[in-house]
Design a protein. Structure first.
Length: 319
């Protein structure tokens, strides 16, 4: 399982132990209600704060799911590492890094100041500015072709055809002025690589793809296994791309909380404003959680607690 030669740091505990540990985590955090559901995109405010799903997938093709692990939500920022992976595979990781940047900003995900602070105006693919630039590098003659490539690529990570939530897309497209501002600013600096309105449209569609915690676990396990999807056996991206993507997730996946995340959890992760978090244990598998209430940085509160618990109980911390 996993790509040949891709570094493996061991395996998950036995199936029975994994199942028991997830059940403990679920019971322990079932009543946790801290945080606030995102409302800057109006449709997101309708999310059920009680929704709670956990899924752990290993690189052998097993998935252990609990609670609302099959409930759907829009992927939002959890799409970012996967689109970055597609771009790295197409352009080469070094060229992608040169054009997008790979340094943490230490600032909120939608920061404009982050762009202004860097002499070369790059940020990284895990925050909105760098993610919009990443999407602008997806190949295609027009927005439709780029979008199909994003959707097909993310579907290969998930091992099933993902579809877009039209209501989320519409709602976000109607309230997307800040992202549009970022895209035009970056275009002015030569740091968005296609028409900025097209980049925003594809980026907004990308964020509106519907996924489940189970999908995110399989997507994460694909990164854990050197690019081989454990459910389908398809080599989705190159092993070297996985290393590069995981590095950027480790430094910037939880925005300005990325340092404290790595300190607590010891693994690369990526969060999104719908309440999803995917966390990757290289060689072993991935943990995905879904719980909509967020902290001030836009990261699921319960997802962080559960993942910290699971990282420790499953022995996943890299350090
Ligand atoms: O661009 C946005 O603002 C959203 N589509 C995605 C942001 C996001 O998920 C940030 N996450 N915590």
């Amino acid at each position: 399982p996993g790509a040949p030669g891709f570094v493996s740091t061991g395996s998950l505990p036995s199936r029975d132990d994994v199942r028991a540990i997830i059940e403990t985590a679920y019971a322990r955090f079932r009543e946790e209600r801290s945080g606030t559901v995102a409302d800057y995109i109006p449709v997101l405010a309708e999310a059920d704060p009680a929704a709670f799903g956990i899924c752990v997938a290993n690189t052998q093709g097993d998935a252990f799911a609990l609670g609302d692990a099959d409930g759907t939500f829009s992927i939002q920022s959890v799409s970012k590492p996967f689109v970055f992976a597609l771009v790295c595979d197409a352009l080469g990781a070094e060229e992608a890094a040169r054009r997008l940047g790979v340094d943490a900003t230490g600032l909120p995900f939608n920061s404009i100041m982050a762009v202004e602070l860097r002499a070369d105006r790059t940020t990284n693919p895990m925050v909105n500015s760098g993610a919009i630039a990443t999407t602008s590098l997806v190949g295609g003659a027009n927005a439709e072709e780029r979008w199909q490539r994003v959707r097909d690529g993310l579907s290969r990570f998930a091992g099933r055809t993902l579809t877009m939530d039209e209501r989320v897309y519409r709602s976000e497209a109607d309230h997307n002025q800040r992202n549009a501002g970022l895209a035009h600013l970056l275009r002015g600096y030569g740091r968005v690589y296609c028409d900025p309105d097209e980049a925003i449209d594809v980026y907004t569609r990308q964020c509106s793809l519907l996924v489940t915690a189970r999908d995110l676990a399989v997507m994460g396990a694909t990164l854990a296994g050197g690019g081989v999807n454990p459910a389908t056996g398809e080599q989705v991206i190159a092993p070297d791309t996985c290393r590069r993507v995981l590095a950027v997730m480790a430094t910037a996946g939880l925005y300005e909380r990325s340092g404290s995340w790595l300190f607590d959890v010891g693994l690369p992760g990526k969060s999104g404003v719908s309440g999803g978090i995917v966390t990757v244990s290289p060689g072993k598998g991935a943990v995905a959680t879904w719980s909509p209430p967020l902290d001030a940085a836009g990261n699921s509160v319960r997802g962080q607690l559960v993942t910290r618990f699971l990282s420790e109980a499953l022995g996943l911390n890299l350090f």
